[in-house]
Design a protein around this ligand. Structure first.
Ligand SMILES: Nc1nc2c(ncn2[C@@H]2O[C@H](COP(=O)(O)OP(=O)(O)O)[C@@H](O)[C@H]2O)c(=O)[nH]1
Ligand SMILES: [Mg+2]
Length: 348
């Protein structure tokens, strides 16, 4: 499963600096055949402390973390929805991502021009979000025009669809992102084919001066892109020492990657053995055969059963055999909903 996060924001907020730091973490793409190879795409591992613990138990020769793709999407300026800047190209790039990471400028470098003249994170956020809202409005209005004749002719489905589109238009008219509008699952399903931008999960990064890198700000992942760029160039031990002097325990990149993973409501399960310990991603709520399908497309169809233990039990009892002896390995069928941290052996 490929998960893509698009980095957007006004010019000169630090998107490319952040992206470059991210790509320094890039994994060996040979392990991820489904990922895109492109200079604007960075494929980064999702940090997970459980992996090394499982590797120690199984003495695995290799470890394969799960990954997220980040895409540096340039070109958003006020007026993008009317084609300003790279307008339309930019918007079509955003349509393909699973979540949006919006970088907002919080740093005050007089040498770096701010597009609107002064640092104002909330106002920048408004500017960007309004562009996305306008783009969605155009999409919905087009759909309303297409649907109206059908509804007028008394077509029942047309009438229901039109009602939903009008509701969505009302929300956008108030400047609200659809992701914040508490639409029901049914309503979301009814507009899924429109692929609306403001329905995508959004996470905000506040790019601050290095002296503020340890300050928290509700609603934001606080990062100093400049610091992250420096950290990315350092050997591990120096990086840890530098973090400590800044009052930080983890890098902003790790916090950002983890936040993106949570925003997308993803969970991790593992396959583990002497050959490799491998982390895999599924959407929360996925049944066992779907999880199997992540490993090999055949696994979903040919699924017979799954042998499942929690990673804690595997670590505590020193592997499958130990966990089995304690009755901690369960046999699960097709309906089993995979839980975060499951170690699974698929029988096919
Ligand atoms: N002082 C400072 N400068 C930064 C920071 N992040 C980016 N910059 C600088 O701001 C300028 C624009 O950054 P860039 O990443 O290209 O922004 P983009 O237009 O959003 O991609 C560059 O000169 C960066 O070196 C930061 O955290 N602090
Ligand atoms: Mg850039």
């Amino acid at each position: 499963m490929k998960l893509t996060v698009g980095i957007v924001g006004l010019p000169n907020v630090g998107k490319s600096t952040l992206f470059k730091a991210l790509t320094k973490k890039q994994v060996d793409t040979a392990n991820y055949p489904f990922c895109t190879i492109d200079p604007n795409v960075g494929i980064v591992p999702v940090p997970d402390d459980r992996l090394q613990k499982l590797v120690a138990v199984y003495q695995s020769a290799a470890v394969v973390p799960t990954v997220i793709e980040f895409v540096d999407i340039a070109g958003l300026v006020a007026g993008a929805h009317t084609g300003e800047g790279l307008g339309n190209k930019f918007l079509s790039h955003i349509r393909t991502v699973d979540a949006i990471c919006q970088v907002v400028r919080g740093f005050t470098d007089p040498d770096v021009t701010h597009v609107s003249g002064h640092v104002d994170p909330e106002s920048d956020k408004q500017t960007i979000n309004l562009e996305l809202v306008y783009a969605d409005l155009a999409t919905v209005i087009r759909r309303i025009e297409e649907t109206a004749p059908r509804a007028r002719s008394g077509d029942k489905e047309g009438i229901i669809a039109l009602g939903l589109y009008e509701k969505v238009r009302g929300i956008l008219d108030r400047g609200t992102l659809l992701a914040d509008a508490q639409l029901t699952d049914e309503e979301q399903a009814g507009i899924r084919d429109l692929n609306l931008l403001t329905l995508k999960p959004m996470l905000y990064v506040l790019n601050v001066d290095e002296s503020s890198a340890a300050h928290e700000q509700p609603g934001y992942v606080v990062i100093s892109a400049k610091v992250e760029a420096e950290l990315a160039e350092m050997p591990e031990t120096d990086a840890r020492e530098y973090l400590r002097t800044l009052g930080l325990t983890s890098t902003g990149l790790d916090r950002l990657i983890s936040a993106a993973y949570r925003t997308l409501d993803l969970i991790t399960f593992f396959t583990a053995g002497p050959k490799e310990t491998h982390a895999w991603t599924v959407q929360r709520g996925a049944p066992a055969p779907v999880a199997g399908g992540r490993i090999h497309s055949d696994f979903e169809e040919k699924f017979i059963r799954a042998e499942v233990a929690s990673w804690q039990d595997i670590v505590t009892y020193g592997g499958e055999t130990g966990a089995k002896a304690k009755g901690r390995v369960r046999i699960e069928g097709r309906e089993y909903i995979v839980q975060d941290g499951d170690v699974i052996y698929f029988r096919i």
